[in-house]
Design a protein around this ligand. Sequence first.
Ligand SMILES: NC(=O)c1ccc[n+]([C@@H]2O[C@H](COP(=O)([O-])OP(=O)(O)OC[C@H]3O[C@@H](n4cnc5c(N)ncnc54)[C@H](OP(=O)(O)O)[C@@H]3O)[C@@H](O)[C@H]2O)c1
Length: 312
Amino acid sequence: MQILSICNVRLKYPRAMRYVYNQVPFKIGHKMKNLKDIETIGIIGAGKLGEALIQGFLKSQIKGSKICIFEIDRDRSKYISEKYNVRCLDSVSAVVKESDLIIIAVKPIDVKTVAKQIGETITPGKIVLTFAAATPIEYISKYLPKNTPIIRGMPNLAVSVREGMTAIAHSENCSSEQVQAVIKILSLLGKVVQVNERYLNVVTALSGSGPAYIALIIDSLADAGVRFGLPKDISLLMATQTVLGGAKMLLESNQHPALLRDMVATPAGTTIEALLKLERGGFRAMLVDAVTAATKRAEQLERLNLLNKNDD
Ligand SMILES: NC(=O)c1ccc[n+]([C@@H]2O[C@H](COP(=O)([O-])OP(=O)(O)OC[C@H]3O[C@@H](n4cnc5c(N)ncnc54)[C@H](OP(=O)(O)O)[C@@H]3O)[C@@H](O)[C@H]2O)c1
């Protein structure tokens, strides 16, 4: 019998985040000693995030028969069922009945409809995990029976390759076993941190949207190669692998990024010229401003969601 282990790394600055949970290998189903309550995963909405979750779960050896989805777009549902061999059911309530963990992966505007449908069917013992941006636990809880364990998370699309970054916060109704069970499932898809819910807007702006910023940075670096004659595909590979390698070095060494920067920048060399150009151009401030703008937008959307909730 496989007993699940989880790697808890205490952070140096743990005010906002308590633990970082790394990927752990485990199978869901009959081999889960501690997680017998979560045997099936239901995903409502199989769009970009829903598909990325399916890809990640399947890569971590969860069987397609343990994953069921409801996707409102029939063509999309057919595509998902044919491509991934997961169970595509015909309603939210069917997914709720079949699943121990119900993941909401629809756009924020559709959460109310889905939450209401979940609320009509859910029975004790099931956990609701919502990934909708700017949609507080308080908003969703209104549509679910009192005492429903609700976890709000913010992943990113890298869950598809099991290198995701997910932050979660939970409602008071969750037992610590339920939170741990969800962390273990999500740890299959990358790293997981627990944060206070008030940080989820900046999480959305930083790591949730992060793959988009990285894509822009990679494309820009590749353009620079093209400018000097490198073919685009080779230039793209070099930029992408460099981002991956730099990130891996920092993660594995746990070093401050400034140390890596100094290691590369030889005195009177080439790198320092580029770094100065970036600093003069406001690169650092620009990234901070970009994440700030996205955070403010998430806060604005959250306020609108809460206002809408009060309209009911
Ligand atoms: N994409 C990301 O990088 C990312 C990262 C972190 C979190 N999120 C969050 O994840 C959620 C989904 O984002 P997404 O990018 O995956 O959006 P998406 O591609 O639009 O996927 C949502 C899917 O849900 C379907 N849907 C709508 N109403 C439904 C219902 N009542 N029942 C079942 N399915 C329904 C949509 O169909 P229709 O298109 O026909 O409406 C669509 O296929 C959002 O709340 C977002 O904030 C996304």
